[in-house]
Write a protein that binds this ligand. Structure first.
Ligand code: NAD
Ligand code: IPM
Ligand code: MN
Length: 391
């Protein structure tokens, strides 16, 4: 058997619910393919702030760096929204991405045929969409200096950030994107704002230069405003897309809705070496957070004080869609561990579960079976076990 160490970071909000499902799926698919794991569950985000005072404790970062791959739920919540920047849950997430050097973020937007009716777009527009959106993840306005707060000449308070890309940052994401496109339908659309922003002008110039090395890939350029419109008008025109950090953040949420729900989109964040980071593209969804079981612990006070303090969950909802996280676990197996068979097992199980009609509320449509996060997880496990090939 092959053995891997995995860092699990449940995080906040729906994070623990979806990670619990994804972990079970990872274990079963792994077991059936001769894989064993050594899991370490670590704190990040609001949970880490409450327990340690920091959004990314040193132990979490070092565990992540020492493992073969990191699986993350989501971070953030109302409780910490007004914290100073360095004490925000989201800052922990940006730090771990930067520290792991995972500059390339793959965000596939695939319309699963059983979910066509869950899309808000017409069937003929959504059907068959298969986009690989590549987001630059460790540069741009998220990290650019100078940044901060200050006062302008009128004594007025200002907040400012810098959109900045160095040549080496553009070149490495460009090579990455061309190589991904080569393995797909060999069409690469680079999305920028080169009509206005200098950082985008350099971006476009470097993509044009690097394209010379990939004559088999058809490169096109699109301004981000048009791209956001084209994604809704005719998403099937896209194969592989590549863009900067902030445009990728926004366009991936938009692309997710073509597939039916943001609860369907996984991601893989990869660097030149070292462990990858795998997480759904959605957030901690505090509006629907709350898992089965935890409520009773709180209500009857059976749980230890520690458990109560660490829990931000106040009531049962069990509404979260775990598919994005389960599909992130599949990406972890494929891109993080090179375990293609186990990855396919999970992807086939997702398709099989959808074919058997099980849905959370966000992807529900008439004639399907509405279930909670926990039960959907159990149905996915049954599908993993029966290993029905994708149809
Ligand atoms: P969100 O993605 O958490 O939620 C947006 C909407 O989509 C909500 O209505 C939510 O209920 C729904 N949704 C999201 N995931 C879902 C799922 N799996 N199943 C069903 N419905 C789902 O975005 P937001 O509300 O803007 O942000 C909430 C918090 O999450 C904020 O603190 C934000 O900073 C954080 N956030 C974290 C990450 C991350 O950890 N990677 C990503 C995005 C947002
Ligand atoms: C995402 C999130 C994060 C981002 C936030 C929470 C920092 O929106 O992963 O898409 O903007 O990258
Ligand atoms: Mn986002």
């Amino acid at each position: 058997t092959r053995s891997y160490s995995i860092t699990l970071i449940p995080g906040d909000g729906i994070g623990p619910e979806i990670i619990s499902v994804a972990k079970d799926v990872l274990v079963l698919a792994g077991y059936l393919e001769g894989i064993k794991y050594d899991f370490r569950e670590m704190l990040m985000g609001g949970a880490a702030l409450d327990a340690t005072g920091l959004p990314l404790p040193h132990e979490t970062l070092s565990a992540a760096k020492q493992s073969h791959a990191v699986l993350l739920g989501a971070v953030g919540g109302y409780k910490w929204d007004r914290n100073d920047k360095h004490l925000k849950p989201e800052t922990g997430l940006l730090q771990i991405r930067k520290e792991l050097g995972v500059f390339a973020n793959l965000r596939p937007a695939t319309v699963y045929s059983p979910l066509v009716d869950a899309s808000t777009l017409k069937r003929e527009v959504a059907e068959g969409v298969d986009i690989m959106l590549i987001r630059e993840l460790t540069g741009g306005i998220y990290f650019g200096e100078p940044r901060g707060f200050g006062t302008n000449d009128n004594g007025e308070e200002i907040g400012f950030n810098t959109e900045i890309y160095a040549t080496h940052e553009i070149d490495r994401i460009a090579h990455f994107a061309f190589k991904v496109a080569q393995k797909r339908r060999r069409k690469l659309c680079s999305v920028d704002k080169a009509n206005v922003l200098e950082a985008s002008m350099l971006w476009r110039k470097r993509f044009l230069a690097i394209a010379q090395e990939y004559p088999d890939v058809e490169l096109s350029h699109m301004y981000v405003d048009n791209a956001s419109m084209q994604l809704i008008r005719d998403p099937k025109q896209f194969d592989t897309m590549v863009t900067n950090n902030i445009f990728g953040d926004i366009l991936s949420d938009e692309a997710s809705m073509v597939t039916g729900s943001i609860g369907m989109l996984p991601s893989a964040s990869l660097g030149a070496s070292g462990p990858g980071l795998f997480e759904p593209i959605h957030g901690s969804a505090p509006d629907i957070a709350g898992q089965v079981g935890v409520f009773y612990f709180r209500f009857f006070s059976f749980a230890s004080t520690d458990m109560l303090n660490n829990s931000t969950i106040t009531h049962i909802q069990d509404k979260a869609n775990p598919f994005a996280t389960v599909l992130s676990a599949a990406m972890l197996l494929r891109y993080g561990l090179g375990e293609e068979k186990a990855a396919e097992r999970i992807e086939n199980a997702v398709m099989d579960t959808l074919n058997r009609g099980f849905r959370t509320g966000d992807i529900y449509s008439a004639g399907t079976k509405l279930v909670g996060c926990k039960q959907l997880g159990e149905e996915i496990l049954k599908s993993v076990e029966s290993n029905v090939p994708a149809g």
